[in-house]
Write a protein that binds this ligand. Structure first.
Ligand SMILES: [Zn+2]
Length: 797
């Protein structure tokens, strides 16, 4: 019935509107999840004996979520949930904290009223099953009782990526049906599950996107993405923070939801591009990170395949499983290391809330399937046609209720599986197995320990003390594997060996995100694997109260400017984040300011990681309102050149280095530029570099360090006739080793090509200098090992 609406493409405008209204009415009366279909139920208010109507989203918002061209503000979403909770005894609604931009971060807890009355009891059941050591007895009889009594805990998270507008809107329809329906299936869900519903993991972005959408509605730019990050510091990378916990939203979710409730199922609702499958469901494609327990893989495989089968049976088309998205990184999947499956769903997008038409022959392959061909990973074919926000909410809501149905009908099985994961995790290590890791004193050890502890990892102290260095006398720490979240710690403490995956023609299969997450390397903390058990004692926080690096140098007005392209880039946000955490005061310069301000007011300008073309040209003309297009342009290049020639320091990060090489005709060649992946590929990995510590930029650094390389350049000093400065103006500060494999963690193809090539150079030009980082020295707020290089570069300016 969903695709009937697509045929209206042929109607003229007036007929289209009439047809659309008819279809909305039809869908409201027949779709099982439609608000109109849910029986009106009332809540008796005990004290005054009155009854309250359960409000529909339309009654509060003035439109039904999923209507074309309608988005809700965060205030409207919160108001709806507030009214719903006031009217329904199945819904509890609370603010868990404040977001980065000071908005309420909220969660609804939805279950049968008798369950809501005993939440603490169910939380304690979860706590014991998550950590079977707490059962004390030979555990199984007690566990069986807890499993019989417990509920499946389902966390539903929406809207972490704010341009994926469908899920936050769907959350209100999902909550309304749960609060108002007396269908047996809903009653069963309420009885057997406790649903934790987060309408948005990024409330700030709800308004950033809505404000931009409303501003451009009815213009040629309707439906474009906003020209700013939809999370103040991280943008889309807010969903890459689930092990570093840098952002306040991540901390709230981990501290106040995951660690309190240990959900067995986390349904994380997303949207993907418009031209692939209509819907992705797990299982994930290879590779699966080796520390993810096998029961987790079984769980998401079983549930995802079941949901896909049910949706196909209901007539939903264009569904893919076991493709596109892998399960490699804990950065997206906290629950995989904490006893719960992450059920990602990815529905095809329209243009924010504006419908689009997709022709069948415009559908494009993604990793693992071709949407124009049925296969074991894709089907049935979606014929193309109009694609509305309503289609998106229909796919999402159907998926969510199927997931809840499975969670309720297989309650004991989910709890049993959860318990088995916990039991395996706390099993004492056997002879010859990895016992744990010892962690000697190091500058950033405290930061690492704070991360592990936030994730529920127990860190102990051994009796061995450091004998040298500034932290001599401090205890060596111990992370045992035998503990509930030992696998989480192991994933972060060991190097990654990403498998060399190729397609049938031998081309490397791109990982979904980056390939390394060794926090020890990123933070320059050693973790030694131990195969022999050690004695240990409990640790107090004072034992690891170590020195913290200080970079702060506040100057007013700021002497450093960070280039903030109108075409937003996440690395710019992370750069601001690094400054605000530890760095000097800064100013932001957008394209216009960069062209028009007197840059001599600054000592240093930083250009974050972004392609040379994007910096130079920005949004193409015609794709965005004119004031947002054009990039720095030739005028900006001229302004930057004068800035350097008059004594300024220009710092370029990662791919931005190519911008300076090209525009300032530096005597440097990027030796991996333009190479096919089969020849060179570094999709987010940790490499080894050697430093010239006699250079002020590397002051205080060890001779060997790391580089976070991600589609990174590698430099060779090479003067040509067109070079504007002589090669003698170049000083190499870091280079990849001349022999041996530069790869420390992750995936690298063609490592030979960067042997002995430069990773960090300084070029003198006029009275100033240009510093090229061929890597990301402040990667996602994690690479503390290379922060000193970055901040030395800034303070040297
Ligand atoms: Zn997403």
């Amino acid at each position: 019935m969903i695709f009937q609406s697509l045929s209206i493409a042929t109607f003229n405008m007036r007929l289209r509107i009439i047809a659309f209204l008819l279809i909305v009415v039809t869908s409201l009366s027949t779709n099982v999840f439609s608000p109109a279909n849910a029986r009106r139920v009332t809540k008796r208010s005990a004290d005054i004996g009155t009854t309250t109507q359960i409000p529909t989203p339309a009654e509060v918002l003035g439109f039904t979520p999923g209507d074309d061209r309608k988005l809700a503000s965060w205030n409207q979403v919160v108001t709806y949930f507030d009214k719903l909770a006031n009217a329904s005894d199945r819904v509890k609604f609370e603010a868990l904290g404040k977001t980065t931009m000071d908005k309420p971060f909220v969660m609804a807890t939805i279950s049968a009223p008798e369950n809501l009355a005993k939440l603490e009891e169910y939380r304690k059941i979860q706590e014991q099953l998550a950590d079977p050591r707490k059962l004390r007895t030979n555990p199984d009889p007690k566990a069986a009782q807890l499993i019989a009594r417990g509920k499946t805990i389902v966390l539903i998270t929406c809207g972490i990526h704010s341009t994926e507008v469908g899920s936050t809107l769907s959350s209100m329809l999902i909550a309304h049906r749960l609060a108002s329906s007396n269908e047996p299936e809903i009653q069963n869900i309420l009885k057997n599950t406790i649903i934790l519903l987060v309408p948005s993991l990024n409330p700030d972005g709800v308004d950033i996107v809505k404000n931009w959408y409303d501003k451009t509605l009815g213009t040629p730019y309707e439906g474009t993405d906003p020209p700013e990050l939809y999370h103040k510091y991280t943008g889309h990378d807010n969903n890459r923070d689930w092990y570093a916990f840098t952002q306040v939203e991540t901390k709230i979710t981990v501290d106040k939801i995951h660690n309190v409730w240990h959900p067995q199922i986390v349904h994380d609702i997303h949207q993907q591009g418009a031209f692939g499958s209509r819907l992705f469901l797990p299982p994930y494609m290879e590779p699966v990170e080796p520390n993810v327990p096998k029961q987790i893989v079984q769980g998401y495989t079983e549930l995802g395949n079941w949901m896909a089968k049910q949706m196909r049976a209901q007539g939903f088309k264009g569904i893919t499983t076991n493709s596109t998205y892998d399960a490699w990184s804990p950065s997206r999947a906290y629950s995989h290391y904490h006893g719960g499956v992450r059920m990602l769903s990815e529905t095809a997008s329209c243009k924010l809330a504006t419908p689009i038409t997709v022709k069948f022959d415009e559908l494009r392959s993604r990793e693992g399937y071709d949407p124009q061909k049925e296969s074991d990973k894709f089907g049935p074919l979606w014929p193309g046609g109009e694609w509305h926000l309503r289609d998106i909410t229909n796919y999402m809501i159907t998926g969510a209720f199927l997931l809840l149905k499975h969670a309720s009908e297989n309650r004991e099985q989910w709890l049993q599986r959860f318990y088995e994961i916990g039991k395996e995790a706390v099993r004492p290590t056997r002879r010859g197995e990895l016992f744990g890791f010892s962690i000697p004193a190091a500058k950033h050890r405290r930061k690492l320990v704070d991360i592990l502890r936030r994730a529920g990892v127990e860190v102990d102290a051994t009796n061995a003390a450091a004998t040298k260095g500034p932290l001599a006398g401090g205890p060596t720490l111990l992370v045992r594997l035998s503990q509930p979240y030992g696998s989480f710690a192991k994933a972060l403490l060991e190097p990654q060996h990403y498998p060399d995956l190729r397609d049938s023609s031998g081309r490397p299969i791109a990982p979904y995100d980056v390939t390394a997450h060794s926090l020890t390397m990123l933070m320059d903390v050693e973790a030694k694997p131990l195969y022999v058990p050690l004695t240990y004692r409990r640790l107090s926080i004072a034992d690891v109260d170590e020195e913290r690096e200080k970079f702060r140098e506040v100057s007013d007005p700021p002497r450093t400017a960070i280039y903030k392209a109108l075409l937003p880039t996440m690395d710019e946000g992370w750069t601001r984040w690094a400054f605000e955490e530890a760095g000097p005061n800064y100013a932001s310069l957008d394209d216009k300011k960069l062209r028009e301000t007197d840059l001599s007011a600054y000592r240093t300008i930083v250009i974050p990681d972004q392609s040379a073309r994007a910096i130079l040209s920005g949004y193409a003309r015609g794709t965005m309102p004119p004031e947002y297009t054009g990039g720095v342009g030739p005028e900006g290049v001229r302004a930057l050149r004068e800035f350097v020639e008059h004594g300024g320091t220009l710092i370029l990060l990662n791919r931005a280095s190519d911008f300076a090489i090209e525009q300032f005709k530096l005597p440097i060649r990027d030796v991996v530029a333009g190479l096919p992946r089969t020849d060179f590929y570094v999709p987010g990995s940790i490499l080894r570099i050697e430093l010239d510590t006699s250079h002020p930029l590397a002051a205080g650094m060890p001779k060997e360090s790391i580089a976070w390389a991600e589609d990174s350049p590698a430099f060779e000093v090479s003067e040509s006739q067109s070079s504007a400065v002589p090669r003698s103006a170049v000083r190499v500060i870091a280079r990849y080793p001349a022999s041996g494999n530069p790869l420390l963690s992750g995936w690298l193809l063609g490592g030979d090509r960067i042997k002995d090539k430069a990773a960090l150079v300084e070029v003198t030009m006029g009275k100033g200098r240009i510093i090229l980082f061929g890597f990301r020295p402040q990667y996602r707020g994690q690479s503390l090992a290379t922060y000193p290089l970055f901040f030395n570069a800034i303070s040297r300016g």
